[in-house]
Design a protein around this ligand. Structure first.
Ligand code: GLY
Length: 371
């Protein structure tokens, strides 16, 4: 890919660029010096990523005269905890990190969220750069400055808004991902199109198969379109006091399902839960007379064709409506004891709907396969 795609997120003194290409060396050589306050970085990554890409990135940086130190943490969601955060910060302090140094978050959403949060609190905030290595992190979690960790009570309940200094996205890094993870990450691309861009949705209908087969040019275009949409929303509402909530389409239902299923030890990927969450949001939009049945069917069809689950039946597990409503009660978006949902009035047009009662939800969930 010749051209490096660049998307600027305009946030005054916190503005930054997302760089997209299929050659990490090209992006780093072109941009890294301008991004760093001084040529010293701490690369934080996980065991899975360390083996395949860390040595290459260290070499590119060191060849460019940048000192590097790497820290490898265990892979998986359990690293998004207070315990891992404390361990990481202590390790960085042992290595004598200074205020002008930068952290690099090299990995998926877990690494990005944890490292972003650590960099927002070490010395009351130092610079960090995102190098996302999964689809989900390339189109969603690396962009927009949400950082955080999980508690037993729920995901992302503790965190901060801390924008990275840059996002460096190499779509060729996705080639080593298992198919299941590619499909799950793709859910966030579908989400962007459904919530804000009908032309993008129609483009995905045509190109979905090739994107899932990781045609680099098409993946780069899909990541770019998703990031442009996200950048616009974040520019308007950085701290989620309004419009940014639209990016949570499918996430209230999805998070609750994910939380419940993973607690039971069955294992569902975030994007898979979001696939079902978006189908439930579409069904609920019809139920609330907000969108047409035809729109709903089109949404469910594209999700199904991508290979994502669309229905609780696809998960072979029983979930009680009451349990899901209990999880909603801890949702950050809940206001005055009633529920807020992101629903759809059309493909490419999501809306925020609040004051939805627990009773209404319970009836809806039971008519959609919950016990
Ligand atoms: N992942 C949703 C957001 O960044 O707001």
């Amino acid at each position: 890919m010749n051209e490096i795609k660049e998307i600027k997120i305009n946030l005054k003194d916190r503005s930054y660029k997302i760089f997209i290409n299929d050659d990490i060396e090209k992006i780093l050589v072109n941009s890294i010096e301008k991004i760093l306050a001084r040529p010293k970085v701490f690369i934080v990554t996980d065991e899975n990523v360390a083996g395949f890409i860390l040595p290459k990135i260290k070499k590119i940086l060191e060849d460019a005269g940048i000192k590097t130190k790497s820290i490898i943490i265990p892979s998986g969601e359990k690293s998004k905890s207070f315990q891992s955060l404390e361990k990481l910060i202590k390790e960085l302090l042992n290595y004598k990190i200074e205020r002008q140094d930068s952290l690099i978050a090299l990995g998926g959403g877990v690494i990005g969220d944890l490292v972003g949060f650590a960099s927002s609190i070490i010395y009351r905030g130092i610079d960090f750069i995102q190098i996302p290595t999964t689809i989900l992190s390339q189109v969603d979690s690396s962009v927009g400055g949400k950082t955080g960790i999980n508690l037993e009570e729920g995901k992302n309940l503790v965190g901060s808004f801390h924008q990275p200094r840059a996002v460096i996205t190499d779509v060729s890094l996705l080639q080593t991902l298992p198919k299941r993870e590619i499909i799950a990450g793709y859910a966030e691309i579908l989400k962007c199109s459904i919530l804000g861009d009908k032309d993008f949705f129609n483009w995905l209908k045509i190109n979905q198969k090739e994107i899932l087969n990781l045609n680099n040019n098409l993946v780069a275009e899909a990541v770019e379109k998703s990031c442009i949409l996200k950048a616009k929303i974040v520019e308007e509402d950085e701290k989620e006091s309004g419009k940014r909530a639209l990016l949570n389409l499918g996430h209230t239902f999805g998070h609750a399902i994910e939380n419940k299923i993973n607690k039971d030890g069955h294992g569902i990927l975030h994007g898979e839960a979001i696939g079902i969450g978006m189908c439930l949001a579409a069904e609920f939009s019809v139920e609330m007379n907000l969108c047409s049945k035809k729109n709903k069917e089109e949404i469910i069809e594209i999700i199904k064709k991508s290979g994502l689950p669309t229905d609780l039946k696809d998960l072979n597990t029983e979930i009680y409506a009451e349990e899901i409503i209990e999880i909603f009660s801890l949702d950050k978006k809940r206001k005055d004891n009633s529920n807020t949902f992101i629903l759809i009035s059309d493909i490419g047009n999501a809306i925020i709907k609040d004051e939805i009662s627990d009773d209404k939800l319970k009836t809806f969930l039971i008519s959609n396969g919950f016990k």
